[in-house]
Design a protein around this ligand. Structure first.
Ligand SMILES: Nc1nc2c(ncn2[C@@H]2O[C@H](COP(=O)(O)OP(=O)(O)O)[C@@H](O)[C@H]2O)c(=O)[nH]1
Ligand SMILES: [Mg+2]
Length: 295
């Protein structure tokens, strides 16, 4: 990356005799004003946090050109330079300040960069046998482009199924219904940012928390009207599966009713081989959960 790629272009600069520096800063929404006299940097006005304007000597500014390595300019800021002034054919062409550096670091952290020991977000997807969860998760895994995701097969009955996953990572963990099983599975998937648990509603088992961060419910679109409202307690998202078997309007209507009853609930409708929009939205939601982290 070059300095020119990350600098703010067309910088406001002032001369040594310019008046009303503060007003220029306010209208330009900047806190740094390089002082340039006869094509040479002679100082830097900065607005300090508590009000007064301070004039710094030019040695507090790193001077460079747009083609220079951006990393070197950032190094200068880290090393104590208050700003970077970028020259192009004798004219000030851009600036970089410590605020830009801060914004870059923040953006990187928001994207999970630099995480040395990523803590995976664990999302459990459960629903009745045959509702299409394994199909959904198999398709889901192939669509992540920015997240390292894995599926844990949590159904004793379906153990072995995960081996057929077309893409991504998988793990059979039939003992997952006990917290200890989940922890062991997560440890074996070190480095994954998102772990999806393929789980099945067992009639004789409570749907208690097993240590997941978020819970999603899968239900056949055709069965949406019969979904008991209590099934959505503590649930972040509903995926209406096998949507090709139900009317599109009926499904949308039923999902809208769920969102009205449970504000904040995320809903998706998917149909294997057909509904890529719903699947795409579901994948983007999962990615956003992974990026947001555990908070
Ligand atoms: N028509 C239709 N059938 C599906 C769809 N998704 C899965 N199925 C079928 O439903 C059955 C159960 O799917 P599976 O993914 O194994 O469900 P699971 O038991 O919830 O894991 C299989 O026969 C799938 O082929 C879908 O979107 N549309
Ligand atoms: Mg399955």
């Amino acid at each position: 990356m070059r300095v020119g790629d990350i600098m703010s272009g067309r910088p406001i600069v002032v001369g040594e005799r310019s008046g009303d520096v503060r007003r220029l800063m306010e209208t330009g929404h900047v806190r740094h004003l390089p002082v340039v006299e006869e094509g040479r940097l002679t100082g830097l006005w900065i607005a300090t946090g508590d009000g007064p304007l301070v004039m710094l000597a030019p040695d507090r500014v790193h001077e460079t050109d747009a083609a220079a390595d951006a990393a070197d300019a950032l190094d200068a800021l880290i090393g104590g330079a208050e700003a970077v002034l970028v020259w192009d054919e004798g004219r000030p062409a851009g600036v970089l300040t410590r605020s830009d550096l801060r914004a870059l670091v923040r953006a990187a952290l928001d994207h999970g960069l630099g995480l040395r020991h990523p803590r995976a977000i664990v999302i459990r997807v459960s629903g009745p046998a045959g509702c299409g969860i394994s199909t959904l998760l198999r398709r889901t895994l192939g669509l992540f482009d920015r997240v390292d995701a894995a599926v844990v097969q949590g159904n004793a009955a379906a153990a072995g199924e995960v081996a057929s996953l077309a893409a991504g990572r998988g793990l059979d963990a039939p003992g997952i219904d006990r917290r200890i099983g989940l922890r062991a599975a997560i440890d074996r998937l070190a480095g994954a940012q998102l772990i999806l648990i393929d789980d099945r509603d067992e009639p004789d088992e409570s749907v208690g928390d097993i240590g997941e961060d978020l819970r999603a419910v899968a239900v056949r679109a055709a069965g949406l009207p019969g979904l008991p409202p209590t099934r959505l307690d503590g649930v972040a998202a509903v995926v209406a599966t096998r949507a090709d078997e139900a009317g599109e309007m009926d499904t949308e209507h039923a999902l809208r009713a769920l969102r009205a009853a449970r504000p904040g609930l995320h809903t998706f409708a998917v149909a294997a081989g057909r509904d890529d929009r719903g699947l795409e939205a579901w994948v983007r939601w999962l990615e956003s959960c992974a990026f947001r982290g555990r908070g």
